[in-house]
Design a protein around this ligand. Sequence first.
Ligand code: ZN
Length: 551
Amino acid sequence: MIDNNSIEQLKQTIDIVDVVGNYVELKKNGSNFKGLCPFHDEKTPSFIVSPLKQFYKCFGCGAGGDAIKFLMEFEKLSYPEAIEKLASQYNFTLSYTKGESSGNTERRILEAIGRWYRANLEHNTTAREYLEKRGVSLASIEKFGLGYAPSSEETLTFLQRTMIPFNKAKEIGVLGHERGRYFARLIERLIFPIFSPSGMPVGFGGRTLTNHPAKYINSPQTKLFNKSRLLYGYHLAKEQIYRKKRLIVVEGYMDVIMLHQAGFNTAVATLGTSLTNDHLPLLKKGEPEVIVAYDGDEAGINAAMKAAVLLSNHNFDGGVVIFKDGRDPADMVNTGNIEAIETLFSSPIPFARFVIDKIVSSCKIHTPKGKEEVFNSIKNYLHSLSPFLQEEYLPYASSLLGISSARLKSVKKRESKSSHDSILTLSDIAEKSIIKTLLKTPSLIDLVLDVMDSSMFHTHKSAFEALINGYENSELLQIDFDDSIKIYSEEELKKQLNYFLRRYYEKALDIIKKYDKLPLEKKIFYLRKYKDYIKQLKRGELVPYESHSTL
Ligand code: ZN
C-alpha cells in the first residue's frame, strides 16, 4: 500500500485550486474560489474552493472534501487510484509499504521526544539565558515549541524509560549508530522542532550552546523529513501568507522566530539548504509576493542570487532584501529596529533587477572582454525569463551596458569561439553538463579531477577553472542559470568521462603510431600503455588523464 508519509508529502505539493480547476471553471471570490458545482445541476454557483483550508464545499448539494476526495468523486476512482493519479499529474514519486502503514508511530515518538526537549528547557539555565539574551519571549518559546537536548546518555536513558526502541529513534533521526553503539545526534543544543506544513512533527534542528563547530544541525533526511521541500515555520505562517499575500524567506530559525515576535508572521526559513525547485510548490501556495531576506555576507548574497534567478524564472512577484553591515533580522528585532525592517520589506529589489545588477558587478565591465562576458550573461539570463519580464528589463540592462536595447535583444547566442577539431575538445554541450553537474553535486569534483584536466576543456575552460578554484566568473554564472543544461547522475558522468577518455586515447594511439621521431623503446612503452588504457575504458573503468604534449 501507499506509504502514509508519502501521501502526506503529496498533499503538501498539490493545490486544490489547481486540481479542481482542471475540471471546473473557478472564479476568485474573496479569499476563496467559486464555480458551478460538478456534482449537481445548477445555474448559479454555490460550489466553493478554499485554498487556505485546501478543501471544497458545495452549499447546494453538500458535497465536500479535499483534493483527493474531489478526484475520487469526479472521476469515480478509489482512494489509492486518486492518489496515484494526482501523483502522476504532479510528477511526484510515491513510496509504498508492505502491509500495515507506519507513520503514526513515528509521529507519536517525535511528539514524545519533543515534549521531553521542551521540559528540559525549563531546567537548563544556559539555554534559557541564551534565549533571553537574543530577546526571545516566553510566548515565542511556547509558539515554536523550543526545547533543550542534554547529553547523549540522558537522551538514551529517557528513551529506555519511555520504552521507545532505539532502532525506531534512529529511523526518525534522533539517534545515530556507530561501531555497535547508539548515540544522540543532538547533544547540548537548543532545539527547534520542525513541522510539516500541516503541523505534524517531522524532525528537529539544534543550535549548539557549547561552541560546537557545527553551529546548527538538523535531523538527517528520513522518510518523514525531506529537508529540500520543507520550510521552517511554514505551518505557523500559512494562514497569514494567504491573508497578507506576502511570504518572507530568511536564513535562520532565530530570524523566523524574532520576525514573528515582531509581527512579521509570514516569515519562514529553508532548512540549511538554499531555495530550490523543490520548494516552489509550497512557495506558490496562496500566490504571495515572496521576499528573500538574507544577510549581507558572501554566502548570503550568493544564496540570494540563486534564489532570485530561480524565482524570476518562475515568475514570482517580490524581490530581495539584503541586511547590510553584519546585521540580521533577529538582532534588528531584538534591538527594536522594527520600523527599519518594515521599510526594507516594503521596498525589495525586484528579482530580475537584482540578478542583472549582480552580473554587472561580478565582472570587469570596463574592459572589452569583461563587457562581452557581461553582455552574454545578461542576454542568456533575459532569455530565460517570460517575454513580459524580458521586455520589462531590456531597457534597464542595456542602459547598464551602454548599448541599445535592440542589440541586446537581437544578437543570437554566441557561437563557440573555435571550431577546429582538436582531440582535446569535449563537445560544448558535454563541457557545460559536466560543469553544471559539479555545481549541483560538488562531491563529484574529485572524481572528475582524477581523470580530467582543465586543458581538456576548450569552450568553457575558464568556467571550469573558476569552479575548481572557487572564484566568480560570468560564464560559470551563465551555466548555473541555464536550466536547459542537463545535470548528469554519477553514472552518466562516469559514462561521459569514459567516452571522452576513450576518444582521447584512441586518437593518442594514432598519433604515437605515426610519430617517427620517437625512440622505439618509448614508442612501445606508450603504445602498450595507451592500449591498456583503452582496454580498461572499454570495460567501463576510468583511467587517469595524461597529456601527450610532453612526448
Ligand atoms: Zn453541488
